[in-house]
Design a protein. Structure first.
Length: 263
């Protein structure tokens, strides 16, 4: 990896590898993030008996492995597949994809600044990693909150503004979703119309641009209110406005509205 500070991994690290060559006793792989060669011994492929290693890995395959031992003098890295859990594999692949995305974004920023990616990383990358726990996490914060958090972390203002602009353009922020149930009743002859009016008024409440409100019937008189937002705090705030508006509207029409407690 271009911006990686460490030349060698540490024992216990998870690494993404590419299988280069398979033998009777194991598989030789390239550690993609370090440009080093390592060995996955057949005894570390699976916890049980392995009749054919190609049942588990094959040439050209990308595999997440755990570092067992590193011998820098010999340039040798011992690796394990059987010690990698499904959760660790998922998290490592997600982390690797985010790192690639972050590096690509920094290169785009570097082009705008007529600078090299390595020089830009030296000025900003380590600051973002230290402040936000990772390069991608820093860029995601910039996409969500703008340049201010970067400036507070020590990134020069002109660079922070460009990073934030590109991050907002390129990073799709994750959304959270909450769903609550509301019970609406109106016994008047045109009660159904009043309920529809209450739900329509709820759809129109003020919310952030990225926020979404979806209301649908479960089984009358119960309706589901689904809210999507950038985080749970914002989602709860939107839901509070939606529920208050719905209950106020139906109450003014002579009906009732009750929010069921979240389980």
């Amino acid at each position: 990896m271009e911006f990686k500070k460490s030349e060698w991994p540490e024992p216990g690290d998870l690494v993404l590898t590419s299988v280069q060559r398979i033998t009777d006793y194991g598989a030789y792989v390239t550690l993609d993030e370090y440009n080093k060669e390592g060995l996955l011994h057949i005894s570390e492929v699976y916890s049980g008996w392995v009749r054919n290693i190609r049942d588990f890995v094959r040439e050209g395959q990308k595999v997440v492995l755990k570092v067992l031992r590193v011998n820098i003098e010999r340039g040798h890295v011992d690796l394990s597949l059987r010690r990698v859990s499904k959760r660790e594999r998922r998290e490592k692949l997600l982390s690797w994809k985010r790192e690639r995305k972050a590096e690509g974004l920094l290169r785009s920023v570097a082009e705008k600044l007529n600078s090299s990616a390595d020089e830009l990383y030296a000025k900003t990358g380590m600051l973002l990693e230290e402040k936000f726990g990772g390069l991608y996490e820093g860029l995601e914060t910039a996409a969500r909150e703008g340049s201010d958090p970067l400036i507070e972390a020590g990134v020069p203002t002109d660079i922070a503004i460009i990073i934030a602009d590109i991050a907002k353009e390129k990073i799709k922020l994750p959304m959270v979703k909450i769903t609550r149930t509301i019970e609406l009743q109106c016994l008047k002859p045109n009660g159904v119309e009043y309920i529809r009016e209450a739900l329509m008024s709820a759809q129109k409440v003020e919310k952030p641009e990225e926020g979404k409100i979806h209301i649908y019937v479960l089984a009358a008189p119960k309706y589901a209110i689904e809210v999507q937002a950038k985080d749970y705090k914002e989602a709860e705030n939107i839901f509070q406005k939606v529920s208050e508006t719905t209950i106020k509207t139906i109450t003014q029409a002579g009906g009732t509205g009750v929010i069921q407690r979240a389980k």
